[in-house]
Write a protein that binds this ligand. Structure first.
Ligand SMILES: *Cc1c(COP(=O)(O)O)cnc(C)c1O
Length: 394
């Protein structure tokens, strides 16, 4: 990156790739036409949007008609869950999700509970994995929707999506997955995985903010999200965010082209950080599954420390990281994900999330751990809890 900042918060957002910006720029200037127009200038834009839709559809092995552009991950999650509830509410009013979903899913489910729906929030194990047996046992005759995220944004755990898809299909229940963190990091085939709806966001894959898509399998009854014009097959009105759509498709194309190489590199740096922290920093607990884990995710709880102070000191040394998720900072409650995997409140408060991206290097990883070691030691020196604990063990 241009400035001297070491950016390690790629689960919060990623920087736009240069080629993505270049692909988008003409759509702010000469290619400004509304794709619905009847002149050639509009037809060109319409064709460009159609090509982008095809590329994105190919990337998850579906047809272009099943891709609906949205304003990002939160809108896709809201749409999938609310519209499925509305369209299938007469068949049943029970929804199954998990305790570790993104707030875009959890708060939407909370809203539906107020509308008279019943929601089961599945527990996860200490690594954040959903138990598929428990999931199947939770299915009732009135269950209309299962929403389980593909991979968690805080602890990086990758859920058994293929198995969940099989179970959902077997019981005739719709399956939605929030794949905002997984898309272009792990291979996704919505046919093979029996996924009926899937949320994706542009700005998590080196694309622009404010654009994403919802995949909806053909045949799924789903109400329109925005009423108005005929865009998105009458289901999501509004003049297309053409520049955003072009940027999203270009970002996806590039991310899929270099996926293997890029994620292998991230895994190597990730594992180096994990190994060094476990070897060099005492009382550090790795959160999330060791193997079923997103390539760039490192999440540790440092006991006897307060996460926010760690972040401020890291920022002072030019490192951007996060404790819990960006949406929850600013609140005093520890992350719902860390509580769901069984951490005590104090332990959850001392957690740090490092999420690597394509720009991070091994040198940065070492700089991070070197600084983290000092910062953790310094904060523990000031911690009465730590002093008590040391007295007890010695
Ligand atoms: C970032 C994120 C979202 C929200 O996406 P936006 O495009 O920012 O609305 C939803 N789910 C997960 C898992 C995320 O990481």
């Amino acid at each position: 990156m241009e400035d001297n900042v070491i950016y390690m918060d790629n689960a919060a957002t990623t920087p736009l790739r240069k080629q993505v910006l270049e692909a988008m720029l003409p759509y702010f200037t000469e290619k400004f036409a509304n794709p619905s127009g009847i002149y050639r200038k509009a037809a060109e834009c319409r064709q460009d949007v159609a090509r982008a839709r095809e590329l994105l559809a190919d990337s998850i092995h579906t047809a272009a008609e099943n891709i609906y552009f949205t304003a990002g991950g939160s809108e896709s999650d809201n749409w999938a869950i609310k519209a499925a509830a509305e369209a299938y509410g007469s068949q049943g009013r029970h929804i199954i999700t998990t305790k570790i979903e993104h707030h875009a899913v959890l708060h939407t489910c909370g809203y539906l509970e107020k509308q008279g729906f019943e929601v089961t929030y599945l527990d996860v194990d200490e690594n954040g994995l959903v138990d598929v047996g428990q999931l199947e046992a939770a299915i009732r005759p009135d269950t209309i929707l299962i929403s389980v995220m593909f991979a968690n944004n805080e602890i990086g755990t990758i859920e058994p999506v293929e198995k969940i898809g099989q179970i959902a299909r077997k019981h005739g229940v719709l399956f939605h997955t929030d794949a905002v963190q997984a898309y272009t990091q792990v291979p996704i085939d919505v046919e093979e995985m029996n996924i009926d709806m899937m949320s994706v966001s542009g700005h998590k894959i080196y694309g622009p903010k404010g654009i994403g898509f919802l995949y909806i399998r053909k045949g799924v009854k789903i109400r329109s999200f925005l009423h108005g014009g005929a865009q998105e097959r009458h289901r999501r009105a509004g003049t297309e965010n053409v520049a955003g759509i072009i940027g999203l498709a270009r970002a996806a194309q590039l991310a899929l082209l270099d996926r293997e190489e890029r994620t292998a590199r991230e895994c190597k740096i990730r594992d180096h950080i994990i190994e060094r922290i476990e070897r060099e920093i005492p009382f550090a607990i790795l959160n999330g599954d060791r193997t079923k884990r997103l390539p760039g995710n490192v999440n540790f709880s440092f006991q006897y420390i307060e996460g926010e102070s760690m972040l401020i000191l890291l920022d002072g040394r030019g490192i951007c990281a996060s404790s819990g998720s960006a949406c929850t900072s600013g609140s005093l409650d520890p992350s719902h994900v860390l509580l769901a995997i069984g951490l005590a409140h104090e332990t959850a408060h001392g957690s740090l999330r490092i999420t690597l991206g394509m720009h991070n290097t091994m040198e940065e990883a070492d700089y991070l751990v070197d600084n983290l070691k000092e910062i953790v030691a310094r904060l523990r020196d000031m911690s009465p809890l730590y002093a008590d604990m040391v007295k007890k063990v010695s």
